[in-house]
Design a protein around this ligand. Structure first.
Ligand SMILES: [Cu+2]
Length: 298
């Protein structure tokens, strides 16, 4: 086909112009049957822009937000977890603390679990020990974690008492912000951002006191805007995890004594702490350079 003919053809299908016409071959799906397979949980990888104050983040996400979902599995329970890739680049999911077969590892050495754009993969995981366990994409974890591609699995200890409030705090950093004006630009806008900060410490996906509230409601963890609250006399359980790629965070809650006052959390580690609330006030919960607010009513 002549160059002119090709250009005419492209104009016909793409009115935006015929300057560049990338002919990208779709990548094959490693596990094509998984696209229509049943699952207990579906995670959808997709890009999202998150705006906080005057800064916009170009994030890579599970299910459109950072952090991704917080799942709850009973000890001994197995789940089929389907990762659907609605984003533009390969993605995976790699679980900590759960049992799974080698093919579901999610790293590049296990190609069945690498999910190309438009594809899906079902992993079967089993909760074999109580804990607060991260999951994340493991194709280039340092980059993927700093973009937001992570979530949590909570496996409650069967001996735990019922709590009035169970609050989740995910400590992390989001490394690639951009000014709002860059959103929608050509190429990968996340790489732009002259004059913008280049690094944010975040709690529940947001910097500087904007932490989302992630709370157990019934048997699901639900994220919302606002302030985490409890009242005097409530049993309050905290699930805390560090999803940064390389930074250890010191987690501290003002006005309260958790089992240890400041918990040093290495990357990819988590803990559970609880208390019976006895100290009314508006308290600050700090980790690294970020904070969240926790309000205790009398
Ligand atoms: Cu990991």
């Amino acid at each position: 086909m002549s160059k002119l003919g090709l250009c005419f053809f492209l104009v016909a299908v793409a009115p935006a112009g015929c300057t560049t016409a990338p002919t990208v071959e779709p990548l094959a799906c490693a596990t094509p049957a998984d696209s229509s397979a049943a699952a207990d949980v579906v995670l959808t990888a997709r890009d999202a822009t998150l705006s906080v104050d005057d800064v916009t983040f170009f994030a890579w996400t599970y299910d459109g937000d950072v952090p991704g979902p917080v799942l709850r599995l009973a000890l001994g329970e197995s789940r089929r977890i389907k990762l659907v890739n609605a984003g533009p680049r390969p993605v995976s999911v790699h679980f900590h603390g759960l049992a799974y077969s080698e093919a579901d590892d999610g790293d590049p050495a296990h190609p069945a679990s690498v999910v190309n754009p438009g594809c899906a993969h079902v992993s079967t995981v089993t909760a074999t020990q109580p804990g607060v366990w991260p999951f994340h994409s493991a194709l280039d974890p340092a980059v993927e974690l700093s973009r937001g591609l992570y979530g949590l699995v909570v496996v409650p200890d069967p001996g735990e008492l019922a709590a009035a409030h169970e609050l989740v705090f995910v400590l992390a950093n989001l490394g690639i912000p951009m000014p709002a004006a860059v959103v929608g630009g050509d190429g990968d806008p996340g790489e732009s951002g002259a004059g913008a900060p280049t690094f944010f410490q975040i709690i529940n996906g947001r910097p500087d006191g904007n932490a989302k509230v992630i709370e157990l409601l019934g048997d699901q963890y639900v994220a919302s805007e606002g302030t985490a609250t409890a009242k005097v006399g409530d049993r309050v359980r905290f699930r805390v995890a560090n999803l940064s790629a390389a930074d250890t965070y010191s987690f501290h809650l003002d006005g309260h004594t958790l089992p240890v006052d400041a918990v040093a959390l290495a990357p990819a580690s988590g803990f559970t702490a609880e208390l019976v609330e006895d100290n009314p006030g508006t308290w600050t919960l700090t980790a690294g350079g970020s904070f969240a607010t926790y309000q205790v009513d009398p």
